[in-house]
Design a protein. Sequence first.
Length: 655
Amino acid sequence: MSNIESVLNETRVFNPSADFVKQANISGMDRYRALCKAAEQDYAGYWANQAREHILWHTPFTKTLDESKAPFYKWFEDGELNVSYNCLDRHLATQPEKTAIIFEADDGKVTKINYRDLHARVCQFANGLKSRGIKKGDRVVIYMPMSIEAVVAMQACARIGAIHSVVFGGFSAQSLHERIVDAQACAVITADAQMRGGKVMPLKTVVDEALAMGGCDIVKSVIVYQRAKSDVAWNAQHDVWWHELVAEQAPTCEPEWVGAEHPLFILYTSGSTGKPKGVQHSSGGYLLGTMLTMRWVFDYKPTDIFWCTADVGWVTGHSYVAYGPLAVGGTEVVFEGIPTWPDAGRFWKMIQDHRVTTFYTAPTAIRSLIKLGGELPKQYDLSSLRLLGSVGEPINPEAWMWYYTVVGKERCPIVDTWWQTETGCHMIAPLPGAMPLKPGSCTLPLPGIIAATVNEAGDDVSDQHGGFLVIKRPFPSQIRTIWGDPERYKKSYFPDEMRGAYLAGDSASRDKDGYFWIMGRVDDVLKVSGHRLGTMEIESALVANPLVAEAAVVGRPHDIKGEAIVAFVVLKGSRPADAAKAKELAETLRNWVGKTIGPIAKPDEIRFGDNLPKTRSGKIMRRLLRAIAQGLEITQDVSTLENPAILEQLKEVIK
């Protein structure tokens, strides 16, 4: 099969300022190349040095990398540590009064907690878990709102060696049930409800419904944080209030020292088919990855106010809310609400109020904010910002430019980060004090990450041609297995034709400078008249049109071309009022894509909507769009959608 064709042509380059380079943790390309060379010359030694420098070990490791049972790699196997100790206790002697978390509730109320008090609360809750019989190796499902308590729950599990599995608070009872059963969880930590956009959304009720579905007899405790003072049903056999559980607990708890390969957490990702995959991460390697990327990619400084907008239900919220910022002793913002309530200026007001220096959010959020108020950031004082970040999917060049010019005032580098639930932390991302930036490119692999693009036979493809993105050597933060399904792990990530390389499932190309450009998921590659086109590049071309705020592109079967291109478009203004105007605008946009990329990429059909189907975390549900494009009945769970009514709107075909 031919290589995936890269059709995006982006030539703008932005160099970091001299002032930023001077203060950066990794300053200049020579320093970056030196780290890469060190990894190349002694791969295991390089990672061993990083692990010794950044992690506090209870028992030092003597074995760095064991590849004997590949692809079930082991890192720092005979070392012992505790992740919670590395996030909290290590700071008590040096900065106990430093603010660890600035929490802003949905209604705007702000709560701050320092490292000493956060440590005490984690210890009290850890003791509470132990009083319920929860111990090292037990699985605990966490189904919580964004809150200090969510971080406390995760850290407390890590402290006693329990394996947590956080489930996003927007998932349905059925989805929660599947995860409880698969993990064989002995406890669920939840809240009566969560607050989002001024609305009370029940959580305990969903847990009760999930447990009633059967197969959950192993659950002996349901611990309930009282967030909204909602009325909830109560089962005295296993329900217990959080505040009552911790009331008499001591504020100290000796950490459980665990091997570096001890599972820290399981995080379920939705596969395109079949049951969710329980991605299992280790303790030592995962922690190292989050710490290095905080210092390298986010250029962390002790004076920073760091804000990652992700929910803890996703891996971004694990790595860059619950663990990474605390492990480096940072101050971070945790936000309960949504970016558009009470108005679309919420994010910008929070950056102004909390003097945020590093802001990390998703392209979908950026594009939505452009549509809802592209001029709004200018009404707020964003002068505290020094670094911007993008996560979750490729950011199209025009959204990148808006982010850079309007939000960052052309002085804040943007770290466009490529990584996955399975990698645990950033893999390909700019080191902001070293690398020139190109809008839409995640730039170069981090030192020690051996990334490449290959064809279906596992052979490297030449630059400026697309291929499958792989990582050729094991790395400390990577997935260890799929919980309870090692064969699925091997088949999904290490198929034989990749010759031992980790298969990311994304397509990518490299330009003449070696910069990586992510083209979308492999299953989002369209095969049009013998050409293989990445959907992200067509989406970027559409969004480059000044009328378009957001676009998502999918394929549907076509008798002659193989696949037809269907684009779902959200305009900066309102939708066309009638079919004639819609048809005229659709033709204008088709011609725009033809001129920008080429005739082969012109969408066969364009549909307009007020929004795209997104989860509450802002992720576009492209599988639903594929079903709509093909005229199929939607049978999958849509309970996680922020806006389920939009599906009917997008079914309208322009005649």
